[in-house]
Design a protein around this ligand. Sequence first.
Ligand code: BTN
Length: 258
Amino acid sequence: MQNITHIYFDEIDSTNEELKRRYRSGEKPAGWTVVSAGHQTAGKGRSGHQWKSPTEDSVATSMIFYPKVRIQHVPRLTILAGMAVASALEKLYDLPTRLKWPNDVLINEKKVCGILCEMEPDGDHAAYVVVGIGVNVHQKEFPEEIRGMATSVDLALQKSGRDQKSSRRDIDRQIWLEFARLYEAFEKTEDLSALQEEYNSRLVNVNQTVRILDPLGEYTAQSLGIDKQGDLLVKKEDGSLVAVNSGEVHVRGIYGYV
Ligand code: BTN
């Protein structure tokens, strides 16, 4: 099992940025380093968006490591991050977590976390990879624009009728334990062959219709689950099989898609 050093800040700009600063200043410990924060003043989301981490209501955590796997396999780590969150919440709170390809973690059809992986190339490897995860934990409501598609751990516990208090610290710790378990399997084969089944058992809409937003043209297909590369295998209406590895996939009933 990996040796994980955990550093906590009450407040920081962004846990991803803190780890990148440490790396640039020459810090490169042998094990994995996790930085977590009670509040981020400049949390980063995907595609240059902001990520809000309300004070002590969410988990904002990032881990830096130096994977042995070759660079072309690094994008798959984001799939492991989604699996780690789903697995952690299920183990800690027995919540019914599902995955929407590639790495959205859903509870009751709503998104409970965001994942941002960053890396710097160095030849055929990555100099480092930072995996950043933000989990909605204690929030009881969300801004208007995301209200219909976001949930939190506490809301999910409430909905399942349990009077249980969730713990940001436990969630943070369990996520990285799960990530270490998953990465160990991934590193051996540099693919998801050992994890495909676990992923597909959580995937929403297997064997049902999905809408693929391919930049070359949208189409409807039947989702068959991921292959060992982490691509989403779909069967088009003409019977042909396609491995989707980019673009958006819309699933009926999720985020208002009908
Ligand atoms: C998304 O847009 O869905 C990804 C959001 C990722 C947010 C996390 S919170 C911890 C880490 N630090 C950041 O600045 N961003 C990530």
